[in-house]
Design a binder for this molecule. Sequence first.
Ligand SMILES: [Fe+2]
Ligand SMILES: [Fe+2]
Length: 262
Amino acid sequence: MKDFRFAHISDTHFCCEGSSDFVKMVNEKYNPIEKLRFVLENMAKPDFILLTGDTVHEGEAEDYKNLKAVFDEYFPDVPIYTALGNHDRADNFRVGFLGKEPTGKPYYDVFYHDDLRIITLDSAFHYGMKGYLCKEQCDFLKETLAENYGRGTIIITHHPFKWHRKNTALTAEYDLDEILEKSDVIAFFNGHSHINRTTFFHNRIHITGESMSFGTEPWEKKNIYIYTEKMAWNECVLEGTEVSFQTHAVSPDYTIIDTKSM
Ligand SMILES: [Fe+2]
Ligand SMILES: [Fe+2]
């Protein structure tokens, strides 16, 4: 079984005219797109890239086209598998990023990358911040997972399936426990929280990635979330059915003080 090396990049919040004042401020002051370019320029060519939502912040098709062009500049032939977030607009993504027709529906799909199956679900389509998988998507997941494929399946979403605080994990129209338990799923990848956390969900690794635009952290004693200029991504390896990853922070103060050959 061949190893796969891939990048997990989340919450790029690509800034555009429709973005909030906060995102515009972050863009001007901390320049996430320049950091993304830095990451793509220095990354070894991955087998594929996973984007787990909030890719463009309240943008038009043209904005999605512009974000896609950044990836194409560095890796024009590397497949990108995307799950959409609460700041994405599904049809604008379809038109600008995928070059497809609008459908007015949530964006979910299945991809076959060699002997690996990748399922993307749209947990943000119906209620935005409140992650939810509608019946149509639950049925799609159930039908797709009914048969095993190759070495197994990776599921990507924006909202985590599991979180240790209220109001972050997604809910579903019906119970998916048995479907997931019996399935060939080997890993879950998601974002939304802007802080990384790795746990296990139905005994499969469940990786919530950081954001490539700004960080958030809960300060429970003060009952607040702080927003920071922290940006990071995950460099992942799939050996057989085992996923491992390293988190690379690119902000703040990512000052290279020396280099050494391998
Ligand atoms: Fe986000
Ligand atoms: Fe989000």
